[in-house]
Design a protein around this ligand. Structure first.
Ligand code: CDP
Length: 226
């Protein structure tokens, strides 16, 4: 059995993390949601009134940030810790979503996050989802998947997710946020959101979670056993 790295990239709210999490559970691999790291950094910047247009201020702030993932066995879930505080819920706040793409476009921020992501992949057996995992973080990943879905489907999924968490937002706010993030993420200078040339495209607009998992599990097993 080969130990591999699986990179899952794609647009905002197209179900990458759900897929990556389920896949990692099936394979007994580590799951890392790289977006949660950019969200946690953004939360720190907002809380501490960091002016992220000033590189020195950004560097200093990053030196005060420690990110960790804590795996809880009973829950079969990992939680993101920002300086030892569980910020799972706070990083999904709309204010964070409105600012995260600007923060994630900053060179110092990307260098900081990518270095940690690459360390986590040293032993392979990892599924990581994000925007630049197959292009920049793990360009040699054995399996790369680029996920897309219709914008209407993505908006509806995120709306339901927010409602379930008692977050009051309108459909319009969500649509604007997803479109704005996709635009900034695709057009930034450093590691823009791109499909890696060797990535398999997965349009999951019409697939259930179970169907997409079965499909991707098949691709993963081919690589691991092949
Ligand atoms: O809302 P969704 O779950 O789709 O996004 P996310 O995965 O939580 O990522 C939030 C934001 O972080 C993205 O819109 C990007 O700006 C940034 N990001 C990035 O630049 N690179 C990554 N590898 C992952 C996320």
């Amino acid at each position: 059995m080969k130990k591999i790295i699986i990179a899952i990239d794609g647009f905002s709210s197209c179900g990458k993390s759900t897929l990556a999490k389920q896949l990692a559970q099936k394979l007994n691999y580590i799951f890392v949601d790289s977006g949660s790291m950019y969200r946690a950094i953004t939360l720190f910047f907002l809380r501490n009134h960091i002016d992220w247009n000033k590189p020195k201020e950004v560097q200093k702030a990053l030196s005060e940030i420690h990110l960790d993932f804590e795996y809880i066995n009973e829950e079969k879930q990992s939680h993101i810790l920002l300086n030892d505080e569980n910020v799972d819920v706070l990083i999904r706040d709309m204010l964070v979503s409105e600012n995260v793409s600007a923060v994630a476009a900053i060179k110092e921020v990307r260098d900081f996050a990518v270095a940690q992501q690459q360390l986590m992949g040293k032993k392979k057996q990892i599924v990581m989802d994000g925007r630049d995992i197959g292009t920049t973080v793990f360009p040699n990943a054995a399996l790369k998947i680029f996920v897309t879905a219709d914008i209407a489907v993505r908006v509806e999924r995120r709306f339901k997710e927010m409602l379930a968490k008692n977050n009051i937002v309108t459909i319009e706010e969500i649509q604007n946020n997803l479109e704005m993030r996709d635009y900034i993420d695709s057009n930034r200078e450093i590691s823009p959101l791109r499909q890696a040339p060797d990535a398999i495209v997965l349009d999951n607009s019409l697939l259930t979670k179970e169907e997409q998992l079965a499909l991707v599990l098949g691709w993963a097993k081919e690589k691991i056993e092949g």
